[in-house]
Design a protein around this ligand. Sequence first.
Ligand code: PGA
Length: 249
Amino acid sequence: MPRRPLIAGNWKMYKTISEATSFVEEIIPDCPKGVEVAIAPPFTALYAVSERIKGSLLKLAAQDVFWEDEGAYTGEISPIMLKDIGCDYVIIGHSERRSYFFEDNEAVKKKVSAAIRVGLVPILCVGERVEQRKGGKTFEVVKEQMLSALNGISFTDKVVIAYEPVWAIGTGLTATPEQAQEVHGYLRQLLREEFGKEFSESVRILYGGSVKPENISGLMEKEDIDGALVGGASLKASTFLKIVNYGRI
Ligand code: PGA
């Protein structure tokens, strides 16, 4: 079975409710059928976007989640709350969470399990920093990040992996399709060794890091690149539409 491409827009800390709802109204009519499209608005706009996309093919993602279902955790949002609001996906372990909010692999693992427990599909982010790439540590870093986070899940669980080299996020520097494919192929091989062929072939591995209309097609041509996690270029509807319609440009 070929994997259905997934393009997810990660809005980070951008957009008010009205900006978010007008964006989705603009893109819904022009989203292609063959590509799954997801939007990750900030928490404050999730409900309004969820209401607006009902009946459309657009999917909803949150940008983070806590691992407990409820409790005295001021400021946190639980997996059950995200499910309740209509989320399908949740981004976990984004490099900005790891670096600014000190999330380690242990926290990421707990979040992944918690998301799966309630039926949310985690979009697990992994990726090396520039000095790690220069030091020849890329494979080691992404292996540790991915396998520690997936430790304990079952081969019947649904997950999405996003390979996002930290040096490419928001910098305008994209990994070349060859550089990305090398890591994607490696991650898929690891998934195969750990969880079996069927699982490894069903998991979508997205690329993230300065994806734009100009570079999406080249990336999507690669065997193990199944979509993209798009930050900056997902904020403008016309630009994001070009990316999701990459097959037509
Ligand atoms: P970028 O961000 O597309 O702005 O590089 C990607 C991401 O952080 O997921």
